[in-house]
Design a protein. Structure first.
Length: 606
């Protein structure tokens, strides 16, 4: 069956123009020097902008491995700070456009110029809806992000680092209280999560303040982390004891009361939770969802168009699945096969250790094969970790965290093993390729390691690009000779089907007013995934409107461009060169990705 692309031609995005291919011509030395000067000035401009933004984000500094006087602080959560950040972005855009003539920049400078404009445009379109996002839900929120940040990002290599950890514990209380007030204001304005979300948030919050030093029992997650990091330091025992005592005081006197206020506010809001799950409930819900779709897909596709692309691709993938079903000799229809895969114990692991061991085997084999398909490979190592106990009940199935640019933190593939019956053996291979190699780790580590990119490109993101690459990587694994087990190949199709179904259910929930149960029923009927996996996914799409559509839209565009390049270049086509065109730009909107590939095809054709 023919692959269903977004549209069949390169003009699928309205208003997409293809830049002419730059020609090389001789120019006077003076002109060349002036060109070099203006490109250097633009690079300096971006560096200065980045320094300003970092100065206003202690947490961003920590993610990049920077430890300075701000290491003990959190970002300012106030709406005033959000407004100031937006205004800085608008002012920087105006300054760039006033100071620099894009026509005088080299190709790399022109791309950075356009991407800074595109970034500002997305921020401008999102700004009117800034009060529509949820402060606390099961996917996002300080209730789980604070302990995750302290445990995974805040490194402690000195007494000063440990002191900064304690300072962050003291400051966590006021941070949570400020966010609780914002959540209450939004809820009173009608921006409130569905009722079923609250038990997740309340449970996560209570988990953080359960155990010592809050009550009898094992150490709480943060307290255990503080002790472990402090006790590993080479400092006198008395200094260790003082740091731990101050940390304990911060936990009991600052963090615990704030978390208790959070729980109380969630219980208040739970009683006033509205009917309906989609953001169509909001007073500007239709416009908000249109903005979310545009933001995440970087296209002008309407909700109806996204919905139809999903339906078309679901039908295509079902056809491919039936071929594998026949190959393994299963008797019955596709839904019978789904039920078999969903309920038979042979397709699930008995232990977490067995699951993680198989991930290691698959990624080790993939790593040896990468040089045949990639010219550029990441330097940062990849580690695989189970999601921590305090947040595994509510966290997603799997996710990735980028490495620190200074090499102090590896790339990390987090896999949620809370319920092994939600983690099918058939999907393990595709999931590892998506989150690890050649997926997110390869793409995002390379992005971080591209030393010539401006910081906003090196550390920024475009969801359709990065998640499109992750999903593309799943299918690329088949091109590379993996998925030798037909059940694993079926799992790959199941993962692709999952993303096609996302187009249907995300638009169904937020545009067509489907209920949570309607969306769950659609996935149950059309995918082989277990019930727990399905419910958690639908709950994610409800609180994260539009984000889930980026995966399939991005992948379809990358595959469309690859097939175009293979068709036009023939024997001149090299997979490693194509991947360099995609990867060495860093994240870009899909229309710019298309322009870059078309320019590359034209150059290679000459």
């Amino acid at each position: 069956m023919k692959r269903i692309f977004l549209l069949t031609t390169s003009a699928m995005i309205a208003g997409c123009s293809i830049s002419p291919i730059a020609t090389v011509s001789a120019q006077p030395v003076e002109a060349a020097d002036a060109s070099a000067d203006i490109n250097a000035e633009l690079a300096t401009f971006f560096e200065e902008y980045d320094k300003t933004e970092l100065a206003n984000s202690p947490m961003s500094k920590a993610y990049r491995g920077v430890r300075d006087a701000d290491y003990g602080r959190w970002d300012d959560p106030s709406e005033a700070a959000e407004l100031e950040q937006y205004q800085r972005g608008e002012a920087a855009l105006a300054e760039m456009e006033q100071k620099f003539d894009s026509a005088q920049l080299d190709e790399a400078g022109q791309l950075s110029y356009r991407l800074f404009q595109a970034r500002a445009e997305r921020a401008r379109e999102a700004f009117p809806f800034r009060r529509n996002s949820y402060i606390f839900d099961q996917m996002n929120g300080a209730q789980s992000q604070i302990p995750a940040f302290l445990i995974n990002i805040h490194r402690v290599d000195s007494k000063a680092d440990a002191g900064a950890y304690v300072s962050r514990l003291y400051a966590a209380g006021p941070l949570i209280e400020a966010l609780v007030l914002q959540s209450a204001e939004r809820a009173n304005d009608g921006v409130i999560v569905p009722g079923w979300v609250f038990p997740y948030v309340i449970s996560d919050a209570k988990n953080v303040i359960s155990g010592a030093p809050f009550e009898e029992g094992d150490d709480s997650p943060i307290y255990a982390d503080l002790k472990k990091k402090v006790n590993a330091l080479d400092i006198p025992h008395e200094e260790k004891a003082d740091l731990i005592a101050r940390g304990e005081e911060a936990l009991t006197d600052s963090l615990a009361p704030a978390y208790q206020k959070l729980v109380a506010e969630m219980e208040r809001q739970q009683k006033m939770a509205p009917e309906g799950d989609g953001i169509w409930r909001f007073k500007d819900g239709e416009a908000y969802y249109a903005e979310r779709l545009k933001n995440y897909t970087t296209t002008d596709l309407s909700a109806d168009e996204v919905h139809q692309i999903g339906l078309d691709n679901v039908a295509r993938i079902h056809g491919e699945m039936r071929k594998i079903m026949a190959q393994v000799g299963f008797k019955g229809n596709l839904q019978d096969f789904f039920k078999h895969l969903r309920t038979d114990d042979q397709y699930y692991y008995d232990t977490r250790e067995a699951y993680l061991a198989d991930v290691d085997v698959k990624l080790a084999a993939m790593k040896t094969k990468l040089p045949e398909f990639f010219n550029t490979l990441p330097e940062a190592p990849l580690v695989i970790k189970p999601v921590e106990a305090f947040r595994e009940k509510s966290a997603g199935k799997a996710f990735y965290q980028s490495p620190a640019p200074d090499g102090s933190r590896p790339g990390t593939y987090y896999v949620n093993l809370y319920n092994l019956n939600d983690m099918s053996k058939t999907e393990l291979e595709a999931l590892a390729y998506h989150e690890g190699l050649p997926g997110h780790h390869l793409q995002r580590a390379i992005q971080t390691e591209l030393g010539n990119l401006p910081p906003f490109r090196k550390f920024g993101g475009v969801t359709a690009y990065s998640e499109g690459w992750g999903l593309y990587s799943e299918e690329l694994g088949k091109d590379m000779g993996f998925y030798t087990d037909p059940y694993s190949d079926f799992g790959r199709l199941g993962m692709e089907l999952w993303r096609a179904c996302r187009l249907v259910v995300d638009t169904g929930i937020h545009d067509k007013r489907w209920s949570r149960e309607q969306a769950i029923a659609y996935l149950t009927e059309n995918t082989p995934n277990p019930d727990g996996d399905i419910r958690k996914a639908i709950e994610r799409y409800i609180v994260y409107p539009g984000q889930a559509t980026a995966y399939m839209i991005g992948k379809l565009k990358i595959l469309e461009l690859r097939e175009r390049a293979q068709s036009k270049l023939g024997e001149k086509y090299k997979m490693g060169d194509f991947h360099d065109v995609i990867l060495r730009s860093g994240p870009v909107p899909l229309k710019i990705m298309e322009e870059r590939v078309d320019q590359w095809i034209a150059r290679e054709s000459q």
